[in-house]
Design a binder for this molecule. Structure first.
Ligand SMILES: *Cc1c(COP(=O)(O)O)cnc(C)c1O
Length: 227
């Protein structure tokens, strides 16, 4: 199946309020251009270096999403152009993003990554850490970041019940945060409208559970080859 076909196939099933991020990591620019020519404008990468290289050569109306774990010392390379950073899971990282955004005279949109999976290895905050972060003075004084919502990854399993439980959990945390939208004094840098959850294998379930942004790679571009 062609990339164009896959894209149209997926898009035709998506509710209007769900944004599709085409995850293009490891794929050549020619593949991304095929998706671009089919109308796709949002691409997700998980390595900053690779995203910068693709940004440099591709049309400038593309929105680049960083979906991988971000090292603090590399934020500066994407700060001039990144459109949304999905995997923010510490105050320290957020401070660096805020600093680099200021240098570029921008406000950078971010999602806070929550740990919802059973696996120990996945990155992300727990609820306690989330609330500590949001209630810290350091956070509330940041003027060059904007928190659009939450991101999470379910456990890598075939057990649909388990995945559903984890997605529902993330949605419930998001719902609890809605009060921040109205308490505008301390949370001027929050504008919560996004739940990034769901990948090729589980995006339909994620949408059922309230996802507004799905990150789909292999179902669009085919399997990835890692050398
Ligand atoms: C690679 C990746 C995806 C896409 O995975 P597919 O199974 O190929 O759709 C989504 N989210 C993150 C964080 C990823 O690293």
């Amino acid at each position: 199946m062609s990339i164009q076909f896959n894209l149209h196939d997926i898009k035709s099933t998506l509710p209007e309020n769900v944004t599709l991020v085409a995850v293009s990591k490891t794929k050549p620019v020619s593949d991304l251009m095929e998706a671009y020519n089919a109308g796709q404008r949002i691409f997700g990468e998980n390595k900053i270096q690779e995203m910068v290289e693709k940004w440099e050569v591709m049309p400038k109306d593309i929105q680049w999403h960083m979906i991988g774990h971000v090292q603090t010392n590399k934020v500066k390379f994407m700060a001039p152009f990144v459109s949304l950073i999905h995997g923010v899971d510490s105050l320290k990282l957020l401070q660096e993003i805020n600093k680099q955004a200021l240098k570029n005279d921008r406000i950078i949109d971010c999602l806070l990554q929550m740990h919802i999976a059973e696996e120990e290895t996945k990155f992300g905050l727990n609820e306690e850490e989330l609330s500590a972060l949001l209630n810290s003075n350091e956070f509330q004084e940041m003027k060059n970041i904007r928190i659009l919502g939450l991101m999470g990854m379910a456990t890598f399993t075939d057990n649909q019940k388990q995945i559903r439980k984890e997605f529902t959990h993330l949605k419930s945390i998001f719902d609890k945060l809605q009060s921040l939208n109205t308490d505008s004094d301390n949370y001027r840098n929050c504008q919560l409208n996004t739940i990034s959850m769901g990948m090729s294998g589980d995006y339909k379930l994620a949408i059922e559970c309230g996802s507004t942004m799905i990150r789909v790679g292999s179902s669009i571009f085919g399997n990835r080859n890692y050398q």
